[in-house]
Write a protein that binds this ligand. Structure first.
Ligand code: PLP
Length: 451
């Protein structure tokens, strides 16, 4: 099982050859998930007492398992939030594993932590967060949001001993990503809704109304206001200034969920939409969505990281050597201890290409989304449901019932043309595409529109 073994050497060749071939495919196969029975028939029991050997295990992956997984980086994968990792980032993901870096502590991974922190600083600078801001990379926006709200709860409780047994309140809109509601459940927090406009955005008026609706006893119980910079369903942006004002008025934490949209801070055309983001106490940004990183990589940034450290640092005799040091250890800034240095692929890609290339790539995706929206406006049978703000386009097909959307979507994937699934808008089934891949062209979008 050691690298010098003959078998290990053959494995290396197999894996590198496969990786190279996959990365050079332009585009990669879109592929299709398949029924369980088919996988049982084609792959069967793959874990055996004697082992299958590298050639057979790799063959199974190449011929059966891999093709049963969609290529999220396919330029016509336009559903949910696609990903489009750079070659540099993907390749460096291999390096992160090959070097067995422990990404939790400065003691064990100072070099990795150093450049992860420069990557976080780049994001903090884009958002205009102060010099002391910092955080860590976690597995996804969901864990980043959970981390932020856990800190908000700690800060609220620590402000007054009488709050120890109380359940604080979080203000958020119904259009906020589902991970926020899930975090409230996990943290046993209550929520109060903020209304939205016809593009799903919290506005100055809806935020004001939500604050005014709070009974006096609840005002004091608000531990956080959550705003979204890039709503998942509509791609629009909440009024961050109004949300920040409300948080300040209530003495509450201000969390900005920019998992998808905050990437557009590095665009040359959309920066002005994010006014107020610099006032965030915490900010989520997922490089694995629109910043060209492979899974899994989400940044959680705190204005005052000490507050996060107070919330998350684990204490035990075997950790004293870490926790008694003054070093910056990523383990202290989220509910995790052992962690992959998952910020390194993003760092490497940024270091290789420079930040201007990121601006250009984001600009390209936004330009494609604008062109796609313009195309939809010219088609009589399609109608935009929301005016696009970033790179999400939501539209309806005249005369279609939910079954028509579902059948069309299945056919598009079955024919390996593209992947576009319906979403729900105000109770109506409609279509939604999201463009985060600079290789997605207007022709790709055109091929993925219903006739
Ligand atoms: C995708 C998304 C999340 C969740 O991120 P994961 O990485 O999927 O956990 C949270 N908030 C917003 C706004 C998102 O778009």
């Amino acid at each position: 099982m050691h690298v010098h073994d003959q078998q290990a050497h053959e494995l290396m060749e197999l894996v590198f050859a496969f990786t190279q071939e996959r990365m050079e495919m332009d585009p990669p196969p879109l592929d299709l998930s398949v029924p369980l029975e088919q996988l049982q028939a084609q792959a069967g029991q793959t874990i055996t007492p004697e082992g299958l050997g590298g050639t057979e295990a790799m063959r199974l992956f190449e011929e059966v398992l891999g093709p049963a997984c969609l290529s999220i980086d396919h330029p016509r994968y336009l559903s949910f939030i696609p990903a489009a990792p750079t070659e540099a980032a993907t390749l460096f993901d291999l390096v992160v594993s090959a070097t067995s870096i422990y990404g939790g502590s400065w003691l064990e991974g100072s070099g990795a932590v150093y450049v992860e922190n420069q990557t976080l600083r780049w994001l903090a600078d884009l958002a205009g967060l102060p010099k002391g801001a910092g955080g860590t990379f976690v597995s996804g926006g969901s864990i980043a949001n959970l981390s932020a709200l856990a800190v908000a709860r700690t800060v609220w409780r620590d402000a007054d001993r009488a709050r120890e047994e109380r359940r604080p309140i979080v203000l958020l809109s119904e259009a906020a990503h589902s991970s926020n509601a899930s975090a409230l459940e996990l943290l046993d927090l209550r929520s109060r809704p903020i209304g939205v406009d016809d593009a799903d955005r919290m506005t100055a008026e809806t935020v004001r109304a939500a604050v005014d609706d709070l009974p006096p006893a609840e005002r004091e119980a608000v531990c956080a206001v959550v705003a979204t910079a890039g709503l998942t369903n509509a791609g629009t942006i909440d009024d961050l200034v109004a949300a920040g004002d409300a948080a300040a008025e209530l003495g509450a934490w201000f969390h900005v969920d920019g998992a998808y949209g905050a990437a557009a801070l590095c665009s040359s055309t959309r920066r002005d939409r994010f006014g107020g983001i610099d006032r965030a106490d915490s900010l989520t940004v997922d490089p694995h969505k629109w910043l060209f990183a492979p899974y899994d990589c989400a940044a959680i940034l705190y204005r005052d990281p000490q507050l996060a450290k107070r919330t998350f640092t684990q204490h035990s005799g075997y950790l004293d050597v870490l926790t008694e040091a003054a070093d910056w250890s990523p383990s202290d800034y989220a509910p995790h201890l052992t962690r992959r240095a998952r910020g390194l692929p993003t760092w490497f890609s940024l270091a290789v290409h420079g930040t201007d290339a990121y601006r250009d790539a984001i600009d390209t995706t936004i330009a494609t989304a604008e062109a796609a929206a313009a195309l939809i406006r010219t088609l009589d049978h399609l109608e935009l449901v929301v005016e696009p703000e970033l790179s999400v386009i939501v539209f309806r097909r005249a005369g279609w019932a939910p079954e028509d959307y579902a059948a069309w979507s299945r056919g598009l994937l079955f024919d390996q043309v593209g992947f576009v699934v319906p979403t729900t808008w105000r109770g109506e089934t409609v279509l939604r595409i999201c463009i985060t891949n600079p290789r997605t062209t207007l022709d790709d979008v055109r091929a993925c529109l219903p006739g």
